[in-house]
Structure formats: C-alpha cells, structure tokens
Ligand binder design. Structure first.
Ligand SMILES: *Cc1c(COP(=O)(O)O)cnc(C)c1O
Length: 386
C-alpha cells in the first residue's frame, strides 16, 4: 500500500502497519513482525500497553490541551515526579527532541551571557553526534552530511571536537564556551559509547573554563540504557539534560531538565511552547515514569540488553566487526551495507533500523518479553548467517 499523500522525506519500505501488541506488530496483510525499532526508540512500553491506553483515554475525556497560560493538574504532578526521580531542579516541556535541545542551547547562551558576557556563546559538540533537524540543532550535529548548502545560512556558534580524545580536551574550551553538549551513547551516529573517564575530564575542563554541560539524552534517557538517565552511569553530572523519544511512550513530548546554576537562567518569557507539556502527553509520561521506576524494571532492561549482546557475540559471524551498547540500545557494526540486512529482516518479520554507515541499531521496547526477544534474535541470526 503506497502513499502519495504523505510527504516522503524518508527511505520508504513497502509495509503498512495496522496494529501492535507488546513488541509484535501486524501489517495490513496480517503478517507479524517483532519490533526491535520501537518507532526509533520511542515506544518504550511496546504497543497497546494497557495502563498507557487507559491513562490516555481517561485524560482525553478530561482535558487534552490547556495551554501554558495555566497549569494543569497532570502537568504539575508529572513535573514533580520527574524532578524527584531525576534529582533535577527545574524542567521545560516541549514536543520533540530538537525542541528540547533548542531550549538547552538557548539556556546555555543566556547562561554564557550572564556568566562571562556577550562573547560566551559557543556550544561545543562531538563528531558523529546527532541533535535534531531544526537549523540550530542540525548545526550542532557533528556530521557534515547534515549541513547541505541548500539550507544555509546556519546559526553560528557551534564547534565540534572528537569524542574520547584527551588531546582535544586541552584546546576545546575557553572564555567563549557556553556549553559542552554530548550524547552518552551516540544513537544516529552509530551506537558509539562515550567513555566515562573521558566525559568526566571533558566536563571538568568545560566547567573550569566557565561553561555548563548538556547531556542530550533524547535517545539514551528514560530507561533505554538500564538507568533512568544514562548520565547517571557515566557520572559527569550534567547541569542540563534533554529528553524526548521514549518519554511519553509514543505521544510526542520533549523535556529539558536543569539544575543548580542552570536552574537560575530562564525567566518568564524567555522560552515557551504552545503544545509543550500538554495534559495528554503528561498523562502518558506519568505512566512511563511509574513503570520505569517500578521494582526491577531497569535491572531487567540491563539483563535483556546484556543477553542480546552475548547471544549475538556467540554467533561468531566473520563480517560482524563489533557488538556494543548499553541496556537495550545495541549496535552491531558490520563490514558492508547494513540496509541489505535491514530489508531482509523486514521480509522475515523483524523490524530494526541502521545507524552511522555500517551499524544495525537494535532498540526494542524496554518491556519486551524474553520470548519476543528470542524470536527476534532467531530471525536476525538466520538472516546474518544467510
Ligand atoms: C532523535 C534524536 C534527536 C531529535 O529528536 P526529534 O524528536 O526527532 O526532534 C535529538 N537528539 C538525539 C540524541 C536523538 O536521538
């Protein structure tokens, strides 16, 4: 079932989905697929998760949208729960990852202005990063292929350094640096892990120069890596964390968390959003947070992720170059074109996406059952072994 009505800026697959249950999707022809994609790390509780469906329908009958001139009961409740669970002091709600990062960039620029004057504007990001598709976040993205001439001019004040490179730290920061902005595990860039000793040293150097540290946890946040935030595991205490993707289990939502001196920056009117934090999204986000913080949930995410990686490692496939990841975020680096395997797996009933130029990215729902996980791995095994 093709479509000429939806603007197609994406590589297209000729599959039209109709419904899902747990980590299994069904297309319009009744064919079933195991979901190792989760709508790009969004559907963290899978499909048709009853408490989420119930909370959404209940909230829809009360109020869907109110606008930020007023507070909503569910918005206030969620903000308090999120701040308590993460240990942050303040939050701004938006609707997407790019918007959460825009808020973080604006916050960093104003912070720079207040703490160093007009020259302190630069945001330092990492090579192979991905921070979104708006003009500023695309410029923050440390991959040249995202900066085609046709979209020029881009906002200025971004600089890219090499991740996990100690030499780079020495010259990266000065009195023009407003922030260092990093992903704890680069998603789009190829599931690349950030070394915790390196990011601790880089964060210390950035702070010494007067800058703050932003963790873009749009993909790694909300349990994906086995802790509520991945930055907890890397222990570099970012002043600002951005969230989106899985935060509301599939309902569009983003958040920018700030603490300490970063919580003193935004004043009324500095940054706003019409839809941001609307009651429907907050009702969904409350269910996600409650589920993630229930006993053993995150420990199981870690166990399932470790199980996936040890299974794939045991296959001993010569063209598999590396298997890496954290929690339920796994990259399988291969020699060759990953899209070939993505398509073949789709035909065989397994959904996932690629990252970087040669990586299979596996990000199943966080509550995937062991039986679905094993079924998905069996399909991947058969396709890779050939
Ligand atoms: C997906 C992603 C974004 C962009 O999120 P959108 O919701 O598509 O705007 C930003 N940063 C990271 C790390 C992402 O994975």
């Amino acid at each position: 079932m093709g479509s000429k009505t939806v603007v197609n800026n994406y590589g297209s697959f000729d599959v039209t989905f109709k419904k899902g249950r747990g980590s299994t999707l069904t297309d319009v022809n009744g064919k079933k697929y195991i979901d190792f994609l989760s709508g790009i790390a969004v559907n963290c509780l899978g499909h048709n998760y009853r408490p989420l469906v119930k909370a959404l329908s209940r909230q829809a009958s009360r109020q869907i949208h109110i606008c930020n001139y007023f507070l909503s009961d569910v918005g206030v409740a969620y903000a308090n729960e999120l701040l308590t669970a993460t240990g942050f002091d303040g939050v701004f709600f938006g609707n997407s990852g790019a918007e959460a990062n825009e808020a973080a960039i604006k916050l960093a620029r104003k912070y720079g202005q207040l703490n160093g004057g007009a020259k302190r504007k630069t945001i330092v990001t990492l090579e192979n990063s991905f921070h979104g598709r708006t003009l500023a976040t695309i410029k923050a993205t440390g991959q040249d292929k995202f900066h085609p001439e046709c979209f020029e001019p881009y906002p200025e004040g971004f600089k890219t350094i090499k991740a996990n490179d100690y030499e780079a730290i020495k010259t990266a920061f000065d009195d023009t640096t407003a922030a260092l902005m990093v992903e704890c595990v680069q998603g789009e860039g190829g599931v690349n892990l950030l070394d915790s000793a390196w990011i601790q040293e880089a964060s210390a150097a950035a702070r010494k120069a007067g800058a703050i540290v932003i963790a873009d946890e749009v993909q790694t946040g909300m349990g994906r890596t086995g802790s509520l935030l991945a930055s907890e595991q890397l222990q570099f205490n970012p002043e600002v964390v951005t969230l989106a993707k899985g935060i509301a289990g599939g309902v569009p939502m983003g958040a920018c968390l700030f603490r300490g001196n970063a919580n003193e920056v935004f004043a009324a009117g500095d940054h706003q959003s019409t839809f941001g934090g609307n009651p429907l999204a907050c009702a969904a986000a409350r269910v996600v947070l409650k589920t993630l913080t229930s006993p053993d949930f995150l420990a199981k995410v870690t166990q399932k992720g470790d199980f996936m990686r040890s299974e794939i490692s045991s296959w001993d496939i010569p063209f598999v170059k590396d298997i890496r990841g954290l929690g339920l975020m796994t990259g399988v680096e291969i020699a060759g074109d990953p899209v070939v395997f993505e398509k073949k797996c789709l035909e065989n009933g397994l959904l996932f996406s690629t990252a970087g130029s040669n990586v299979l990215r596996l990000v199943p729902p966080l509550n995937i059952s062991m039986s679905e996980l094993k079924q998905g791995l069996a399909i991947l095994h058969d396709v890779l072994v050939g």
